[in-house]
Design a protein around this ligand. Structure first.
Ligand code: HEM
Ligand code: SF4
Length: 566
């Protein structure tokens, strides 16, 4: 059955999930597998064990990834501690901060799935809508600055998360014994005013950023939002529509896209505008071919002017819509280390390797973070770069926190190259069923080697953006990085170069297939050229734009090796 039919015939995303959950069946069938995503969980298997189990004539080792949905990445210390406990009770003893500010628990067995999801709801969060063809976790810059733009952005992220929560009671019926959702509204009627009876053609992603920090990567979102302040308050938002990272190797009609400015709308009608955009995609998005179903392809086919008209036609007449406003970005990175919030308090940005919270031999991230949460109770925010911010810290507490970090061997960001701090890698093996190569598990070692070159060239303070994924789906947003390594087959990667650490430019395919061990030398060749011909103080991103005569990317450039590759 097609995914469209599965959704249509699912009785509000129920299918036979409850029956299979209650049965002895070791796994869910294809139809339920698809529906489970809407409930925030992926059925997976441990790919490290596949070969051995096959040799022994045994079935795969099936388990689940459970994704907690966290608008703006904001949790209380208590919610963090609950997740930390869950990692032992239900998972593999680690937690994964995701590139969309959520938290994932991996290796959850079927028998523990219900308990796991219930526990997340009992602490006031949810997994409902964390995956599936709906509006996913709403991203918002987590930097806790007390400015009108930031305050309004967080309010809007919660409004959007509520407005786009599916009304079906399937989730509470299946996982919560009919009780209320941990996060977000529950509705009397199960009728879906936004999702109707077949939900959206594909996932839909919102992200809000306050210039000049493009930490949520607004151009990679289906709909990015940027606030504009007038007279000390947010007057409206510029909407940026049609971003999306996914593509398929060798399928020339698939490619990453950056969003395009749609329009500026007054604050009172921002939510109306978002509902209208999602409505256009619901009614006109491609439902025949899932590889063409994201809104970026609709906009490409019909044009941004058509999108503007269709959207405005669905908005209230009194909405004040005008041309998008100019926006300038400085970085996609996070503010790490100690910073002021602007209200007399401090926040601390901690770099987490690949967002995987676990105890390493030298750095006890998991124990250390938990002790900080337990001792001080600081509110926590997960960043879109898979790092952590502890917020609302009194200046007098700084030394005690520093002492705790030292006790657990958690390194200061000052000891690391800028490239390492900015870098991001997706989960990939062994849990992701779509991975063609490793990503998270090899990224730090790859950066160790690249760091040697950076030090030699005196570039360790340079904001170079490296991103890596285990397949072309693009979960770590690779295609707008300065350098991206995208898995093709075990140990082999396609290399893209020439995005920007500000997130507003796509790179191009330089090499179709490079062995993992050969990547550092290839990077070195680009850096040599950069060092030799850059202008005084010129950043790599800007040097690339100048020397490569950068124009808007053509779609072929993601599939054909660049003739000018080094
Ligand atoms: C066709 C496209 C895509 C498919 C089929 C897909 C599928 C998946 C799967 C199966 C996982 C689970 C990996 C694991 O935890 O074991 C995953 C993780 C994730 N994906 Fe995707 N994905 C796609 C594109 C994207 C894109 C473009 C983004 C964001 C720009 C994204 C964001 C995420 C996030 C936040 C995670 C959690 C882990 C992480 O941070 O790497 N996905 N995806
Ligand atoms: S990019 Fe590919 S390998 Fe990495 S998590 Fe996403 S789907 Fe899996």
């Amino acid at each position: 059955m097609s995914v469209e039919d599965i959704k249509r015939n699912s009785q509000g995303l129920r299918g036979k999930i409850a029956e299979t959950l209650a049965s002895d069946a070791p796994l869910f069938e294809e139809n339920e597998f698809q529906l489970l995503k809407f409930h925030g969980t992926y059925q997976q298997d441990d790919r490290d064990q596949r070969v051995q189990l096959r040799k022994e004539g045994k079935d795969r080792y099936h388990m689940f990834m459970v994704r907690s949905k966290i608008p703006g990445g904001m949790v209380t210390a208590r919610q963090y501690i609950v997740h930390d406990e869950m990692a032992d009770r239900f998972g593999n003893g680690t937690l994964r901060i995701t590139s969309r500010q959520g938290l994932q628990t991996h290796f959850v067995l079927k028998g523990k799935l219900k308990d796991c999801i219930k526990t997340i709801n009992e602490c006031g969060l949810t997994t409902w809508g964390a995956c599936g063809d709906v509006v996913r976790n709403v991203m918002a810059s987590p930097v806790p600055l007390k400015t009108p733009a930031h305050e309004d952005m967080w309010a809007l992220s919660r409004e959007l998360a509520d407005v786009f929560t599916a009304h079906s009671h399937a989730y509470s019926d299946i996982w919560l014994n009919g009780e209320k959702l941990g996060l977000g509204p529950t509705y009397e009627s199960e009728e879906e005013p936004i999702y109707k009876d077949v939900y959206l053609p594909r996932k839909f992603k919102f992200g809000i950023a306050v210039p000049p920090r493009n930490d949520v990567d607004v151009y990679t979102q289906d709909l990015g939002l940027v606030p504009h302040v007038e007279d000390g308050a947010v007057a409206g938002y510029t909407l940026i529509a049609g971003g999306g990272m996914g593509m398929s190797h060798g399928k020339s009609n698939t490619h990453p896209s950056l969003g395009k400015p749609l329009f500026y709308v007054d604050r009172a009608h921002v939510v109306d505008a978002c509902v209208a955009v999602v409505g256009v995609q619901r009614d006109h998005g491609n439902r025949e071919d899932r590889k063409q179903a994201r809104m970026k392809y609709l906009i490409e086919k019909q044009g941004i002017e058509w999108m503007r008209k269709e959207t405005i036609a669905r908005m209230p007449k009194e909405a004040a819509v005008s041309d998008p406003k100019p926006i300038a970005w400085s970085t996609t990175g996070d503010p790490l280390g100690w910073n002021e919030q602007g209200d007399g308090k401090l926040f601390l940005g901690l770099w987490i390797p690949e967002g995987r919270i676990k105890d390493l031999e030298e750095a006890k991230y998991r124990t250390g973070l938990r002790e900080i949460a337990e001792t001080f109770g600081f509110p926590i925010r997960f960043t879109p770069n898979c790092n952590i911010l502890f917020t609302d810290i009194e200046p007098g507490q700084k030394d005690e926190v520093d002492a705790l970090l030292k006790k657990h061997g958690i390194p200061s960001h000052e000891t690391m190259s800028e490239a390492r701090l900015l870098g991001m890698a997706c989960v990939a093996l062994p849990t992701c069923g779509l991975a063609l190569a490793d990503s998270e598990r090899v990224f730090q070692e790859l950066l160790d080697e690249i760091d040697v070159h950076l030090r030699e060239l005196n570039l360790d303070g340079e904001p170079l953006l490296f991103r890596m994924t285990g397949c072309p789906n693009g979960c770590a947003r690779p295609y707008n990085a300065d350098f991206a390594f995208v898995g093709k087959s075990p140990g082999k990667y396609a290399v893209f170069v020439g995005g920007s650490h500000r997130g507003e430019r796509l790179g191009r395919l330089e090499r179709k297939m490079v062995g993992l061990d050969d990547i550092p030398a290839l990077v070195r060749a680009y850096l040599d050229e950069y060092v030799a011909s850059r202008e005084e103080g010129e950043l790599f991103s800007d040097w690339w734009g100048r020397t490569r005569n950068y124009t808007a990317p053509s779609f072929e450039q993601f599939h054909e090796e660049s003739a000018a590759a080094v």
